[in-house]
Design a protein around this ligand. Sequence first.
Ligand code: GLA
Length: 377
Amino acid sequence: MWQMRPTDVVGRDLSGAGAGRWAAPGRVNLIGEHLDYNGGPVLPIAIDRRTTVTAALRTDDRVAVASESFEEPVTFAVATEPGEVTGWAAYVAGIVWALRSGGYDVPGLDLTVSSDVPIGAGLSSSHALECAVAVAVRDLGSLDVDDIGLALAAQRAENDYVGVPTGIMDQLASLCGREGQALLIDPVALAVRPVAAGWTADDLVLLVVDTRAHHSLADGAYAQRRRECTAAASALGASTLAGAALDEVDALADATLRRRARHVVTETARVQSAVAALAGREWIRFGELLSQSHASLRDEFEVSCAELDLAVDAAVGAGALGARMTGGGFGGSAIALTPVGLAESVAEACRTAFASHDFAPPSVFPVEPAAGASRVA
Ligand code: GLA
């Protein structure tokens, strides 16, 4: 029977052994920001924006990766080492390196990447890329590794190959996402518990406001927050900062460490309340917690920026039940839980506020809780 030969997004013949497509979503963190590396709970969703990787086996020990968004294809040896591949392809090389150094036999591969996760928007486009490659490598190489093992490999790729000291929330969200569910993640136990995210049935929509303000975790501010949290935990003699008591935190002598620790401890309590509100579909309460989280990130953890604060204020002013920055901060996106009937007014209020401050127009769009990384063709 005649069959169309599979091609990748740039039209290259991909009829090589095992050719197929794998996809992994970006994420939005509902609440629990800067907690994953402090031992506290986080509550992300995988979103209906994904990175897709078309992959096929090669007959040699090399990996070739092309992308719709970046012009130059990149080729490297399967036995790659940190420092050899830089730029966007480092996320791909990092996965290959982390799996190999974990003892897995990674085959040579041809990969082509396409994505509708906006880059630099704080929606984990880089983790979506890592996780799409990771599930493709697992299937094509028949690797005996579960999603938690892949998440750990993706974290190592990011920490030790790309060189950004992120936690493990984003990788777990991208790999373990569930349609219609948020994920309550314990980053210490590496346990993921789905919690029904039923706002759609109650005529609410979760809007993302991509501020288009520069977002990069690689520029050192994220690492600085991590160091401050480590210093606060050690000043308190706590094994994890999230587990510290608020009265002890308030007695910390250093004002900066005190503020950072206050965020971590109060945010941990907010996640617990938010899980109860989510499960009970108490949306007003859930919205309040989102807004309180933002205030804490703005005032105590100091990872917001003018565009994020403006988006949050404009969204709440136009009727959102609550809004907050999501992800690492310093730019990127805010989220706003909004009655469906007010979604357009909220989007318009954000655009108007940005225009009046001479900020570039934000991109506002709805997201839904989506399934995690998997083979799609
Ligand atoms: C980034 C990191 C995560 C997490 C968040 C902040 O998204 O990749 O591990 O630390 O920032 O909550």
